[in-house]
Design a protein around this ligand. Structure first.
Ligand code: SF4
Length: 424
């Protein structure tokens, strides 16, 4: 019998990318490939890139160099957002054999059947306007929590963001398809599902982005709440203007939707929010947080924030800092603004010096640390349920409480993928 071809993956970026890599991996395994770790030798290496990562280009080059040292005869395929945005640049990296854009990444099996190691890379990518259809994706086995992609693309036009250019218009799976997938996951023993998307709150536009039904995010979570076997859902991230009161109220009454929200703020200055072309003001954000904490005082709230956006003065930054300081949030994800080709933000002046961007980043990361400490201390002494994850290499295991406090403890096999009562 012929030996199986082997394939290894490396994923850069967000949870959506992880769930897509996981799906591509399952597709190739079904076609007869054997999966290897990225550090091992494989016949094919697939790198799923991200455009949000600051050093997408550098990281990609480094990874390809690593592959070339280890296995120069192997095929190297680059896909993901960065591959859609800069196909020619990526094709120019020595050692790359195939660049797959957004529309082609799920057809990788067909491409691999025809691909041979050559001198120049093949590019399979079309204009993002032509990308439509929805490819359902979920990750399982790679992580205990399963990330389920229910929405892709974005119709917003935030001035710093390349995601709409990399992933196309807003489209979603149908509720009926999602329920069928979730039922299958439940049968397979999955306990926690993280709903992911590019702009999740915009769920309901159908696979081609043309809204033809009555589906929306609120209806989706209502339906999911009734699936037997799934114990926990989390909403990965939702725009504040789309996080309606009814969604917050529903989560507060649900036993399955965890008391945990991740809500991008990006800036605490209304002037900067305007320049960013965000669709809300800080007052709306504060109202959302207030309602959440009123209904669920124990709720974790994570916040994305960008520092060093063009035009952000010391006073604007202080406004952001003071605003975040005053809010009962639990942690921050801080991003340092960096210039992206073809974005409106490139035209905005004055540019913030790099060292100031880094200083601001550090200040907010310190604030995040303090917020997290405080949030954890507030719950000390309480007993909360922790879902423990497996695959520990260090003899330790990790899990999260319902409200996203991370617990690390020595490995106990009987706790893997189990909900355990835990005194904090
Ligand atoms: S909402 Fe804004 S930041 Fe988020 S993906 Fe859409 S354009 Fe980008």
């Amino acid at each position: 019998m012929a030996e199986k071809r082997t394939v290894a993956f490396h994923t850069l970026g967000c949870k959506l990318n992880f769930s897509e890599t996981s799906t591509i991996s399952r597709m190739l395994e079904k076609e007869g490939f054997e999966k290897k770790e990225f550090d091992e030798k494989a016949d094919v290496y697939v790198i799923n890139t991200c455009s949000v990562t600051d050093n997408a280009d550098k990281e990609c080059r480094q990874l390809v160099r690593r592959i070339q040292r280890k296995a120069p005869e192997s095929l190297v395929v680059i896909t993901g957002c960065y591959a859609q945005l800069k196909p020619a640049e990526i094709a120019g990296i020595p050692g790359v054999d195939l660049v797959l854009g957004a529309a082609e990444k799920f057809n990788i099996g067909d491409h691999l059947r025809e691909l041979t190691k050559g001198d120049s890379a093949k590019i399979c990518s079309c204009d993002i306007e032509e990308v439509s259809g929805f490819n359902a994706s979920f990750s399982v086995n790679d992580r205990t929590r399963t990330f389920l992609k229910v929405q892709d693309g974005c119709d917003y036009n935030c001035s710093f963001c390349t995601i709409p250019m990399a992933r196309g218009k807003s489209r979603s799976d149908s509720i009926i398809n999602i329920l069928s997938q979730v039922n299958k996951l439940a049968v397979n023993g999955v306990k926690e599902i993280v709903l992911t998307g590019v702009n999740l709150g915009d769920f309901g536009k159908g696979p081609d982005g043309n809204k033809t039904n009555e589906e929306n995010f609120y209806r989706l979570i209502q339906e999911l709440d009734n699936v037997e076997g799934i114990e926990r859902y989390r909403i990965s991230s939702i725009e504040p203007n789309l996080l309606t009161n009814e969604i917050i109220e529903f989560v507060s009454n649900s036993k399955k939707f965890m008391p945990h929200f991740h809500i991008p703020l990006q800036s605490g200055s209304n002037r900067i929010l305007g320049l960013m072309r965000r669709r809300y003001k800080r007052e709306l954000y504060a109202e959302r947080v207030k309602l959440i904490k009123m209904l669920m005082p124990h709720c974790a709230i994570g916040v994305d924030v960008i520092v060093g956006f063009p035009g952000e003065t010391d006073a604007d930054f202080k406004e952001t800092f003071d605003f975040l300081h005053s809010l009962p949030i639990s942690y921050l994800h801080v991003f340092t603004y960096s210039e992206r080709d073809n974005t409106h933000a490139l035209e905005l002046k004055p540019v913030v010096p790099i060292h100031t961007r880094h200083e601001r980043n550090k200040t907010l990361r310190n604030l995040s640390y303090m917020k997290m400490q405080y949030f954890t201390e507030q719950h000390t002494g309480q007993t909360r349920k922790v879902l423990f994850e497996g695959h520990s290499k260090t003899g330790m295991m990790e899990g999260y409480t319902d409200n996203y406090i991370k617990i690390t403890t020595p490995q106990r096999d009987e706790w893997v993928n189990e909900l355990v009562e835990w005194k904090l």
